[in-house]
Ligand binder design. Sequence first.
Ligand SMILES: Cc1cc2nc3c(=O)[nH]c(=O)nc-3n(C[C@H](O)[C@H](O)[C@H](O)COP(=O)(O)OP(=O)(O)OC[C@H]3O[C@@H](n4cnc5c(N)ncnc54)[C@H](O)[C@@H]3O)c2cc1C
Length: 450
Amino acid sequence: MNTYVLSKSEQVPVIGHSDVVVVGAGPAGLTAAVSAARNGCSVTLLERYHHLGGMASGGMVLVLDDMVNMGTEVVTTGIVSEFVDRMAAQDGAVYPPAEDCVRNWDMWQKWSRWGCINFHETGMPQSILHAVAFDPDCWKRVSLDLVREAGVNLRTHSWFSEAIVEDGRIKGVICQTKLGRQAIMADMVIDASGDLDVGVSAGAEYIQGQYIVTTVFRLCDVDTDAAQAFEYAEPERYKQLDRQARRIIGGAWGMWWLKTPLPGIVWCNCPHMPDYDGLSPEGMVAAEYEGRERMMKLLAFARENLPGFENAKMLGAAEQMGIRQTRLLKGEYVVTKKDVTERRYFADTVCRGRDYYTPYRALLPKGIDNLIVAGRHYSVDSDAQKSSREIPPCMVQGEASGVAVSLALNAGTALRDVDARAIQAQMRAQGADPGDIPSANALIEPETVS
Ligand SMILES: Cc1cc2nc3c(=O)[nH]c(=O)nc-3n(C[C@H](O)[C@H](O)[C@H](O)COP(=O)(O)OP(=O)(O)OC[C@H]3O[C@@H](n4cnc5c(N)ncnc54)[C@H](O)[C@@H]3O)c2cc1C
């Protein structure tokens, strides 16, 4: 039986008021904050950790993908493109030039170890496409620059704990800091926590999702040229060793190591660990032990057996556990697996990724006038989220939510009363593709034509 204690009731100091408070400075939240600020809102961005970027930096998820439809149509633009340009200018991003985005063995050998292949394609070689390998510290630097230049009031080391709700509106949020609890009042709130922390506290409906978790890590002192030369010169022997390596790590996508912009340093997006609850402290401790054990075993095997890895060393695991899915909003519309796989177009699409479209309603909780979500916890079923949660599409959701709150504030309306066409127009004005113009491969049902 659970036992409970009553916590003390207290007066929480109000330390500020902003037009908009964004909770969570992952890819979605920091983009939302920049977008809202550029549209004239005063914005406070709250983040529990010291760095910006969430899974993209602290989680060391080091390839931006799901950016392209039909091989060459880049659909995640706007702040995403600006971000990539800024990282590339600091030697922190690598991606294939347009002329390399074709399907042949030469290009596959040149780009596959950067993660720039079409993972959804069957048959070999897979096509090369626009995806971006990046450095996590470069991500943090660019995030800080964008947030500062936009005039966002950044508050890191601030862990959201409670929404202050009155009559279907959030009046402000309370966060925990080393100085005690602090309240920040707001007219609009964007929940970009990845786990729907604000929505749950405000009473939004949700479903409990779950997916594999991963202690992502990097190895240094890898001779990647030698490793690739062996892979291509002795494919059968390579396959045999690679199978053993994947068994030892216990679950990995097609390639368990990828190159990064830093020479000799490789990114390992593994192991796959099912059955952990990404919200539970006990679960996360157990996953940390398990993941670290597995990665050290893989390192030992690689040093012993894999050409190119003889001198490899553990550079370190990501600061944040790799959580892909926890709670998902059950909002005004719930995106289904069928919507994603059939590329269903919606008249109120305000953002998109790869070949799928996200309606404005999938960012809106039911019953709360001034809350919008952006990121991996948007309103989607669990299976559909697994293939619609990559970093660039989450950033485009953030950009759209920043536009939406500014329009709602200017018009003095609830978020659900903002006309999606106005969001689409402003997204286009700031260089983003809101998905309002369906691509040739979209599913357009008669009722979606307005
Ligand atoms: C192991 C792994 C591999 C992946 N591989 C890829 C890939 O190759 N390419 C790709 O594009 N995507 C990949 N993804 C998916 C992608 O990383 C995420 O879906 C994406 O980062 C989601 O962005 P987000 O902003 O919604 O959430 P997050 O990145 O989770 O950011 C949420 C932010 O909110 C903050 N936060 C949370 N709760 C609070 C709170 N209570 N108070 C204050 N702050 C809070 C967090 O610290 C974090 O900064 C992968 C994910 C994982 C876990």
